[in-house]
Design a protein around this ligand. Structure first.
Ligand code: CA
Length: 341
């Protein structure tokens, strides 16, 4: 039985009101401090580390030689100059796949701020200028060494938060990405619940496989998106029901929902409309870390980034969140009252 559940039952038995002070929410740097530097570069991770993030996120896909690399997409063309360097190595769909290039080739590419491949324009125009400065794609192992090196030199203990991307697609390419990633994290000391790291995945069967078949004891967060075809093997509408959350609690420690599944908007008086997802997850001992919080991409209902954070961290009681802007988020979190549960 999870400790939180045991404590809850104890309080119920004693008929004491449940006003347990929870920990302050954690700040997860989404692809690093990606509001300021190109996503998933070590520079963006260093900045997030310096800004006081609790966790640095790694999205992971495989190269042709099956090296895990830190990259959000299975494609290279949204964040690198691959189309200029190897114009004839696109697949029939016109896209350049990381798994068609060796690590050595991938590391020759220049990383840039994310562009829309159809227009060639920056997705977030106010961010780091496209095509300027020189950045490159790190392997997961390089990034683990980087984080552990910074932890050592600063005396801090910043965690990792690693997402296995598209395991079913990798399997079609004859690659077992989950096994490769879990083995590497174990080798770097991320093995158990008390180790400062999380694994995350959208594919529910794969998250469960990492716990049971691959045997990791590291904390796992089940990501919960929308049923839009991105992860056909997983029914997110079912996963976020009370029975779905109960099944998640058998293999995972938390959920990472799309923020719109927690708050749908505000009513006529400006009060946030909060779903039961956070409360239902907490009943099952699951922490809740929604995504993605952007000061330059606010949902319509929030007139400032601070108001958005107030809704999710103070009113909805989330245990942390993924953000492109760790500095503003840490500032808000450090000033907020200790949440009650
Ligand atoms: Ca991610």
């Amino acid at each position: 039985m999870p400790i939180a559940r045991a404590v809850e039952i104890l309080f119920l038995l004693l008929a004491i009101p449940m006003t347990v002070a929870a920990d302050k929410p954690v700040v997860i740097a989404h692809r690093g401090a990606s509001g300021y530097l190109p996503e998933h570069t070590l520079e963006a991770k260093a900045l997030a580390f310096g800004m006081g993030a609790d966790y640095l996120e790694q999205d992971v896909v495989l190269s042709r030689d099956h090296v895990p690399i830190v990259l959000h997409d299975i494609h290279l063309d949204t964040v690198t100059n691959v189309a200029e360097v190897w114009p004839d190595r696109a697949r029939d769909d016109g896209r350049y796949y990381a798994i068609d290039f060796t690590l050595a080739e991938i590391q020759l590419l220049a990383v840039t701020e994310r562009i829309d491949v159809n227009t060639g324009k920056a997705v977030y125009p106010g961010r780091f200028p496209v095509g300027s400065a020189h950045f490159r794609i790190p392997s997961l192992e390089e990034e683990l060494q980087f984080v552990q090196g910074l932890n050592r030199s600063t005396g801090k203990n910043v965690g990792i938060y690693t997402e296995v991307k598209k395991p079913a697609w990798h399997r079609e390419q004859n690659a077992d990405i989950s096994r490769i990633v879990v083995d590497l994290l174990h080798r770097y000391g991320y093995r158990d619940k008390q180790d400062n790291g999380y694994l995350q995945c959208f594919d529910a069967a794969e998250s469960e496989r990492m716990r049971n078949e691959l045997g990791t004891k590291l904390k796992i967060v089940q990501l919960i998106g929308k049923n839009n075809g991105g992860t056909p093997s997983t029914d997110f509408d079912q996963l976020r029901t009370p029975s779905g959350l109960q099944s998640i609690a058998e293999y995972a420690d938390g959920i990472g929902p799309d923020m719109s599944l927690v708050v749908s908007g505000v009513d006529g008086k400006g009060a946030a409309q909060i779903s039961s997802l956070v409360a239902d997850a907490h009943k099952n001992g699951l922490v809740v870390h929604p995504y993605t919080f952007r000061a330059d991409g606010l949902p319509e209902y929030a007139d400032s980034y601070e108001r958005l954070l107030e809704i999710f961290l103070v009113e909805a009681g989330c245990d942390g969140l993924f953000t492109d802007f760790p500095d503003a988020t840490v500032r808000f979190r450090d000033a907020m009252p200790l949440p009650q549960r």
